[in-house]
Design a protein around this ligand. Structure first.
Ligand SMILES: O=c1[nH]c(=O)c2ncn([C@@H]3O[C@H](COP(=O)(O)OP(=O)(O)OP(=O)(O)O)[C@@H](O)[C@H]3O)c2[nH]1
Ligand SMILES: [Mg+2]
Length: 197
């Protein structure tokens, strides 16, 4: 089976990518398989910078093409927070604490001011090629409470008006059809066949 290497240690992202790449016959390989002891420090101030950092670091180490994802939640009334710090907003990769902090910060915000979007920068890097980035978003609202058990991160508190559901109520396939990650991947689709052959 053809493989695509993703520079991630986030199991939720890996599941999202499996749903997106699986139908095209690609097996998703993550850092858990190819570089479990490697920690890449995310020192960038934008999603793109961090995605490039992760993709180029692992591509150099492995000598092969790698895709990286840097993503997060931008809430309008919080001036774009948690943004690039989404994974470490309250506790380091503590999804529960992160959601509690958002709900607490938003508890007095009326419905029409609860707009937000998920953002995803993907970088693809490898030997003898110029690194390329694409960006995808998904518009929604911050709910007043959690709903659903699928997905990861802030999915239980992210309401998707178009589907009248919280993101965590969607299957991985349904999420991929409308998500920031799915939208970014679709922008990369034309290049992917060429890069990953
Ligand atoms: O509800 C969510 N649904 C999503 O679809 C989603 N995508 C991103 N996020 C949040 O943003 C952080 C990314 O930070 P991030 O790009 O640094 O990734 P990460 O540190 O989790 O893994 P890695 O890929 O860096 O190894 C994640 O941890 C989450 O908190 C999401 N939340
Ligand atoms: Mg990270």
């Amino acid at each position: 089976m053809k493989q695509v290497v993703i520079a991630t240690k986030n199991k939720g992202k890996a599941k999202d990518f499996e749903a997106l790449f699986g139908p095209f016959g690609y097996e998703v390989v993550t850092m858990f398989e190819v570089a479990p002891d490697v920690e890449i420090e995310e020192t960038g101030t934008t999603f793109e910078e961090n995605a490039i950092l992760k993709a180029e670091t692992l591509a150099k180490m492995l000598g092969q093409i790698v895709i990286a994802d840097d993503s997060g939640l931008a809430i309008d009334t919080l001036n774009g927070e948690p943004g690039v710090y989404s994974a470490r907003y309250a506790g380091d990769h503590d999804d529960e604490a992160n959601m509690v902090k958002v709900l607490e910060n938003m508890k007095d915000v009326p419905e029409d001011q609860r707009t937000a979007r998920f953002c995803c920068a993907l970088a693809i890097a490898g030997p003898n090629m110029e690194t390329k980035t694409v960006f995808g978003t998904c518009e929604g609202m911050i709910a007043y409470e959690k709903k659903g058990t699928n997905g990861f991160g802030y999915d239980p508190i992210f309401y998707v008006p178009a589907l009248e559901k919280h993101m965590a109520e969607l299957s991985a396939e349904e999420k991929g059809a409308i998500s920031h990650r799915g939208n970014a991947i679709r922008k990369l689709a034309l290049q992917l066949a060429e890069f990953l052959k």
